[in-house]
Design a protein around this ligand. Structure first.
Ligand code: ACO
Ligand code: OAA
Length: 379
């Protein structure tokens, strides 16, 4: 068959440049992560809020004090879910996968969004604001409904980090928890053309609506090779159970050619810069909870996987033990990732709409050629 494609196939699109973007730069060689020109270490050491980072991702500049105050309020006042979405959450089976519920709730919320039929850029910014505001409300409301509790009425005076715990538990978190969670939200906010962001951009590039794009992204984040890895990491820690069992567990898993969740990365060839912060937070959260065993096991796993495979931990490794030490249930780990990444997804979707071209790559055909149809009676 004649080849009409100029380029050759690259498995998993590794290192293929699929679009330009101003939002995020991942330096895989040096292990640096840059949001709109700002190194994440600088944002965290400078004590940025997650709201400030969302503003930065969407607008390309850091907000002034007045701008961030206004933006924070715009998000905070959009947290309440529409009654249709609450009814959906109350009606869905109580043992559903939290990511599947989130995926369907995002899709459902889009149908009822007051700007549903308005595809102007301004309307898309309003929809993006509702998405970043309401994804955490969906996650926490479903968790409470599952437990037989009523969802908590949002409190617009709280930061996004504090609000998550308030909506989940009906009580404000302590200062350490709020700060640690704020950092985790910043660290997970964006990561260039990771699989879920790529999904969102592909959907947006057909000029489909922003809710469809974010629904695609949630479905993509769920997989254990992507955002779903953080839940798998905690399952592994619980299965291993104690530090003395780590070595034999990892040896056996590698002998069985199993992947160790939370290790390896398509782009980083060095330490994932997010893991540096999450490692510290995991230790501190463990100390505060009076149980550092998850952190200690994680340390031994890290050394063993480095020795045996030369692989570094990624963002999903230490976030698992950190969240667990903050008392968060493991089935919420990946939805929590979505609560942060929805900021990056929406930034990319808005960027795609600003300068759109359909995303449609080619496949290298490896199937049969020249076959003749055989009537069914002769097969
Ligand atoms: C937010 C995020 O998405 S971060 C990533 C979260 N995912 C995980 O933590 C899951 C575990 N990690 C992985 O599966 C991979 O490292 C990925 C998916 C992150 C990257 O995948 P790829 O770039 O396609 O690398 P690939 O899977 O081809 O691995 C290359 C080699 O390293 C090995 N390898 C990669 N990651 C791991 C791992 N976690 N454990 C053991 N071996 C691994 C592979 O087995 C392969 O070895 P081989 O060449 O001997 O067959
Ligand atoms: O960039 C990737 O491929 C995966 C990742 O680390 C992320 O999405 O945060």
């Amino acid at each position: 068959m004649a080849k009409d494609s100029q380029t050759s196939f690259v498995a998993g699109l590794e290192d293929v440049v699929a679009n330009t973007s101003d939002i995020c730069y991942v330096d895989g060689k040096e292990g640096r992560l840059i949001y709109q020109g700002y190194d994440i270490h600088d944002l965290i050491n400078g004590k940025a809020t997650f709201e400030e980072v969302i503003y930065l991702l969407w607008n390309g500049v850091l907000p002034s004090a007045a701008e961030v105050a206004k933006f924070t309020q715009q998000i905070a006042t959009q947290r309440t879910l529409r009654p249709e979405v609450i009814r959906f959450l109350k009606g869905v089976r109580k043992d559903a996968n939290a990511m599947e519920v989130l995926r369907t709730a995002v899709s459902y919320a889009g149908i009822y969004d007051e700007d549903n039929s308005d595809e102007s850029f301004e309307a898309n910014v309003r929809k993006a604001t509702r998405l970043v505001a309401q994804v955490p409300t969906v996650v926490t409301a479903y968790e409470r409904i599952r437990q037989g509790l009523e969802p908590v009425e949002p409190d617009a005076s709280l930061s996004m980090a504090a609000s998550f715990f308030y909506l989940l538990r009906g009580a404000k978190p302590d200062e350490f928890t709020e700060n640690a969670f704020n950092i985790a939200l910043i660290l997970h906010a964006d990561h260039e053309l990771n699989a879920s962001t790529f999904s969102a951009r592909v959907t947006a590039a057909t000029l489909s609506d922003i809710y469809s794009a974010i629904t695609s992204a949630v479905g993509t984040l769920k997989g254990p090779l992507h955002g779903g890895a953080n839940e798998q990491v905690m399952k592994m820690l619980l299965e291993i159970g104690s530090v003395d069992k780590v070595q034999s567990y990892i040896d056996q898993a590698l002998a069985d050619r199993k992947k160790i969740m939370g290790f390896g990365h398509r782009v980083y060839r060095t330490e994932d810069p997010r893991a540096t912060h999450l490692r510290h937070l995991s230790k501190e959260a463990g100390e505060r909870a009076g149980n550092t065993s998850w952190y200690e096991m994680s340390q031994v796993i890290e050394r063993t996987v480095m020795d045996k495979k030369g692989l570094n931990p990624n963002v999903d490794f230490y976030s698992a033990s950190m969240y667990y030490s903050l008392g968060l249930p493991l089935h919420l780990f990946t939805p929590i990732f979505a609560c942060s990444r929805v900021s990056g997804w929406t930034a990319h979707v808005l960027e795609q709409y600003r300068n759109n071209r359909l995303i449609r790559p080619r496949a290298e055909y490896t199937g049969a050629t020249g076959l003749r149809y055989v009537p069914i009676s002769q097969r």
